[in-house]
Design a protein around this ligand. Structure first.
Ligand SMILES: [Fe+2]
Length: 313
C-alpha cells in the first residue's frame, strides 16, 4: 500500500472574492491561468507537469472544497478505491475535471473531501508559455513571487489523530512529525507520501468545527525568494500574518499571508530536507517544546491558532 499515492495533485479553493483572489494568485503569486469552467478558474504553477495546481472557485464563503491526490498507477488507484469503499469512506466516481481522468471522491473522518485519480493529461505549453528547456513544463513566468509548486495542505480537524490514522491506514501515508500535548492528545500531525517530509498536515481546530482549512502552501526555490515575496506582498497590500521565519517542526522557512478571499496561504522553503529513511521514526514534540515557539525563539502568533476558513462564529 505504501507508494499507492504518488503525490498531492491540486486543490480546489473557495473564495467569496473571486476577482481579487484571481488577481492575487496570478499577478502576485505568479500562477498561470489554464482555462475556466463555470465559476472556477484553473491555475498552474510553472513547474507543474499536470493541467492545474489550483482550482479557484467563486463561493459564498472561503475554505477548501477538495484536495486531489494522484495515484501511482491504475492498479494503485483500484486498490485504494476498494479499501476506501470497504471502510465506508467513499462517495463515488465522477468524470474528472479538465485534464484529469476518472476520479474517485471520498472523505477523511473530519469530513474534508478528497479526490483520487490516475489518468492525468500532461501539460503542453504553447506560444509564449513554451519553456526554453524540454525538461520543464512551462516557461518561467518571472512574475510576482513566481512559486514553483503546490507543496502541502494543512487541514484543521476537530480531532487530529483519527485523520492521521486514516491517511496512514487507507492511503499509505506516514507520520514524520507530530505534537503530543501533556494530556496525551495529538495536536498536530505531519504526513508524507513522497520523500518530501510532509504533504498533508492535520492541526486541531480549537473551535471543534469539522472540515476547515488552516492553509495551503506553495514552495519557492530558495529562502531568498520568500524574503523578496514579503516585499512583493507589502507593495501589493496583501495581509502578512507572520514571517518570514523558521519553524522548529520540519524546519520550514515560512511566510503566511491571507489571500483576498480570507484563506491563509503559506510560502515555504524546506531547504534541502528530504526523508529518505524507509524506517523513519516519527519525531514527537512535547507541549513544553512547542511552547518554546519557532526555531529562533519567536513565539507563534495567536491568530495562527485561531484563524481558519471558512470562518466560524
Ligand atoms: Fe505549512
Amino acid at each position: 500500500m505504501t507508494g499507492d499515492i504518488a503525490h498531492l495533485g491540486h486543490v480546489e479553493l473557495l473564495t467569496p472574492e473571486p476577482e481579487k483572489s484571481l488577481w492575487f494568485f496570478t499577478r502576485v503569486m505568479g500562477l498561470t491561468e489554464n482555462g475556466r469552467d463555470g465559476d472556477s478558474v484553473y491555475l498552474r504553477t510553472w513547474d507543474d507537469y499536470e493541467h492545474h495546481s489550483l482550482k479557484l472557485t467563486a463561493h459564498h464563503t472561503s475554505g477548501i472544497r477538495r484536495t486531489a491526490l494522484r495515484a501511482s498507477s491504475q492498479e494503485a488507484l483500484d486498490r485504494r478505491v476498494k479499501a476506501l469503499a470497504d471502510a465506508g469512506r467513499g462517495i463515488g466516481w465522477i468524470d474528472g475535471d479538465a485534464g484529469i481522468g476518472p476520479t474517485y471522491l471520498f472523505t477523511d473522518p473530519d469530513g474534508h473531501e478528497f479526490e483520487l485519480y490516475w489518468e492525468s493529461e500532461w501539460y503542453e505549453a504553447t506560444g509564449d508559455l513554451r519553456p526554453a528547456l524540454k525538461n520543464q513544463a512551462q516557461a518561467y513566468p518571472g512574475r510576482g513571487v513566481c512559486v514553483r509548486r503546490l507543496d502541502h495542505v494543512n487541514f484543521l480537524a476537530a480531532e487530529t489523530e483519527p485523520n492521521g490514522n486514516f491517511v496512514r491506514d487507507l492511503l499509505g501515508g506516514r507520520v514524520t512529525e507530530q505534537i503530543r500535548l501533556n494530556d496525551g492528545t495529538i495536536a498536530a500531525q505531519w504526513l508524507h507520501f513522497t520523500n518530501k517530509s510532509y504533504d498533508l498536515v492535520y492541526t486541531r481546530d480549537r473551535t471543534g468545527t469539522r472540515g476547515r482549512l488552516h492553509h495551503i502552501a506553495f514552495a519557492t526555490d530558495t529562502r531568498e525568494d520568500i524574503l523578496r515575496a514579503a516585499d512583493i506582498f507589502l507593495e501589493n497590500d496583501v495581509f502578512i500574518e507572520t514571517g518570514p521565519h523558521k519553524h522548529a517542526i520540519q524546519q520550514t522557512f515560512f511566510l503566511y499571508v491571507y489571500e483576498p478571499g480570507g484563506n491563509r496561504v503559506e510560502l515555504c522553503n524546506p531547504g534541502a530536507r528530504l526523508v529518505l529513511a524507509p524506517d523513519w521514526k516519527t519525531v514527537t514534540w512535547t507541549e513544553a517544546e512547542r511552547a518554546k515557539g519557532q526555531a529562533w525563539g519567536l513565539q507563534t502568533i495567536e491568530s495562527f491558532h485561531t484563524h481558519g476558513t471558512p470562518p466560524v462564529a
